[in-house]
Write a protein that binds this ligand. Structure first.
Ligand code: ADP
Length: 259
């Protein structure tokens, strides 16, 4: 872990809420679209609380075995290898299950007893139950994705967490984040945010995900390191958004007028 505190601009009361939830050993859910600072926030919190952070990016194939552990063959023997969740539970780290809804259903079952007063993990392959370390915390993120293509999280699962919503910050703050994060000039940062705001409002385009702060950060980095502004916007903002050629061309024209 690096010793430098990661840069995080608090948008609301999320820092205080997290500190109290952590103190009270309540599991925490970060809700919101991609690129809205969820991962950065948890890195910042882990650093602030001086706890180790173990991040798992969940995907369709992520199973409870991946998290809990498995036997592996080593020479002539089979040895047990703790998975990241077991490691975090034992040593009191913060586990961050990024995009938890993407994981296989058995992951939700496996974390069940860790999310209530029991705070214990059942390792079925060993027939063992372990009590979570005092400092252990379970944090997950979830993209509610009001549009198609996203998996749901069952209400009964959601209700096991204290939850905070993340969204794109208001323009002034988002521009400030771009300046702080990349060193880009503030005038350019404002223009990038204007482009983002414009595209975010074009709901008729039916984009699955719209311009995130992450895409703006990428564009600002490219501009700051010397790539022409319009080209930077094309490759960091427009192209990653869609593969629809007509939409790409319309968005390029639109952004060219704005920067
Ligand atoms: P998520 O986990 O929600 O997908 P990230 O935490 O990876 O998003 O955020 C993407 C990038 O956006 C970060 O690397 C950071 O540069 C920037 N960012 C977004 N929100 C903030 C914020 N509130 N403070 C600082 N940086 C932010």
């Amino acid at each position: 872990m690096s010793n430098q505190l990661p840069y995080y601009y608090a948008i609301g009361k999320e820092v205080e809420v997290f500190e109290q939830a952590y103190k009270n050993k309540l599991p925490f859910l970060l809700k919101g679209p991609t690129g809205t600072g969820k991962s950065r926030f948890i890195e910042f919190m882990a650093h602030t609380l001086k706890k180790e952070l173990i991040t798992i990016s969940c995907h369709e194939e992520t199973s409870s075995t991946d998290l809990i552990g498995r036997y592996i063959i080593k020479g002539a023997e089979t040895v047990w290898l703790d998975g990241p969740l077991t490691t975090a539970v034992k040593k009191g780290a913060i586990i961050y299950l990024d995009e938890i809804a993407e994981a296989r259903p058995d992951v939700i079952v496996a974390i069940h007893s860790l999310t209530d007063h029991r705070r214990e993990l059942f390792i079925d392959k060993l027939g063992e139950t372990i009590k979570a370390h005092e400092d252990f915390a379970l944090v997950a993120s979830f993209n509610p994705g009001y549009q198609r293509g996203f998996k749901e999280l069952k209400p009964s699962t959601r209700q096991r967490f204290v939850a905070v919503s993340f969204d794109y910050p208001e323009p002034k703050i988002e521009a400030e984040i771009l300046v702080n994060e990349t060193g880009v000039e503030s005038g350019i940062a404002k223009k990038l945010v204007n482009i983002a705001t414009k595209i975010r409002n074009l709901t008729e385009l039916g984009l699955t995900e719209t311009v995130s702060t992450r895409l703006l950060v990428d564009a600002a980095k490219l501009i700051h390191s010397g790539l022409p502004k319009r080209l930077s916007v094309h490759v960091a903002i427009v192209e990653p958004l869609t593969d629809d050629l007509e939409v790409i061309s319309a968005l390029k024209d639109l952004s060219d007028l704005m920067i």
